[in-house]
Design a protein around this ligand. Sequence first.
Ligand code: SAM
Length: 418
Amino acid sequence: SETSDQLAAFFQSGIYRFSNCAVSVVFMDPVRVLNRSYSRFRVSPSTYYSRFFSSNLAADFAHRETELSSSSKKRKRKEKKPPLLNEREQAADQRHQLARPLLLKAHECLIGASELLGILRSLSCDSSSMAERRKPTVVETEPSFVELGKVWQAPLYEIALKFPRSCRSNENEGDIVDQCCDPGLVPVFNNLVVNETGDEVEAEFLSRKYVIPLESCFYMSDLGKIQNLIPADSGSGFNLILIDPPWENASAHQKLMYPTLPNRYFLSLPIKKLVHSDGALVGLWVTNWERLRNFVLEELFPSWGVTYAASLFWLKVKADGSLTSDLDLFHHRPYECLLLAYCNTKSGMGGTMEDQVVISIPGDYSRKPPVGELLQKYVPGVGPPRCIELFAREMMAGWASWGNEPLHFQDSHYFLLN
Ligand code: SAM
C-alpha cells in the first residue's frame, strides 16, 4: 500500500514525504539522515534524542513546568495591565501570522499520518539487541575544543587519523595492540583535516575517539582564521553554504553551551569569496527575534551580496507528535527558520523556490536537523555540489565543516558500532 511504501522509504532515507499535503512539508529523522554518512558506525538514537525521550524527559517536564508557571505568573501580571505590543513586537507578530497557516497545515499533515505517528516513539531506540551496542565510552568530561583552541599550545595539538592502509601486528609487546591502521598525525587546530577516502575513518585526540565521515574535511579555528577557507580560484568554491551563527541573543541556557558573538562580526564572513563561480545557495539559521531579522535582511545579506529567496521552517515536535510549545507562545515558538538566499547565480535560479517545512523531534540544545540534502535541488552549478557548513558542530559525508568545535558531535560516544 502507499502508506507502507512511504514508511519503508522513511526507514531507508530518514525523510517522510506526506502524500495529499498541499504544502511542501517533510518529517525528518535526523539520525537516519546522518547515518547515510557512515557504514561501520551509526549515530546512537538514544544519545541524539536524549532531550525529548528517556531519562531527561522528567527534567524537561520540570523545566517546562517552571516555565509555564512563571509565564502564567507573567500572564497574570499582564492581565492586570494588558500589554501593548511595541512596533517591533507587532512586526514579529505579523511575521508569525504569515507563517502560521503553513505551519498549521504542516502539523495537520503529521497528525493525519497515523502510521508515522505510530512509530515516532521508537525513533529513539538504539536497537532491539543490546549486544549490538558499542561499549559505552566512560563519559569523562569531553575536551572543550573551544577552550583548547585558545591556549598558546593550540598549534601543538595533533589528531591521529587511522587510515586503513597497512595491517601490522605488534607481537613483540606483551599486550595486544590494535594496529590495523596507519595513524597519520596532523595538527587539529587551524589546519584542514581531510578524509579523502570512501570510508569513515577513526581518529584519536586526547585519548578520545572520533568518527570522520567519508570524503569530508574540517577546519577547526576561531572566526579570525576563516580567511584560510577561501579557495585559490572560485572554480573550487562552494555551491551550498549552511550557516548557524552563534547569535548573541540566544537564551541564557544556550549561552552556557557555546560562546556567542555580536552581530556585526558576521558582516565580516567572506561569503562572496567562498562562493563557487557557478553561484551558491546560502542557508542562514535565524532566531525569531525581530531585531535580528531586520539586521539580516537589511544589512547582512546586502553586505554578503546574497538575495533572499525563501524560508525553510523547522517545526519541532515531541515524541507524541505534539508541538514542543504552543504555536502562539510569543517568546517560545516551536519553530525556527532557515533563510535561503542566492549568491552570484546565473539567470534561471532564484525565483522558483517556495517556503517549506521540516518537522522533527529536536536533538541536543541548538542542534539543527541536517537539511542539506533537502536543499540539493535548489543548489546552482553543474557538477556535484560542493557543500560547507559554517559554525558547524558536526560533519557529514561529502561536506566541509568549519567552526571552533566541528568535531563536537563526532565523538564516538554519540555512535554505535554496526
Ligand atoms: N549548527 C550547529 C548544530 O546544529 O549543532 C550549532 C552551531 S551553534 C549555533 C554556533 C557555533 O559557533 C558553536 O559551536 C560555537 O562554539 C561556535 N562559535 C562561537 N564563537 C565562535 C568563533 N569566534 N569562531 C568560530 N566558531 C565560533
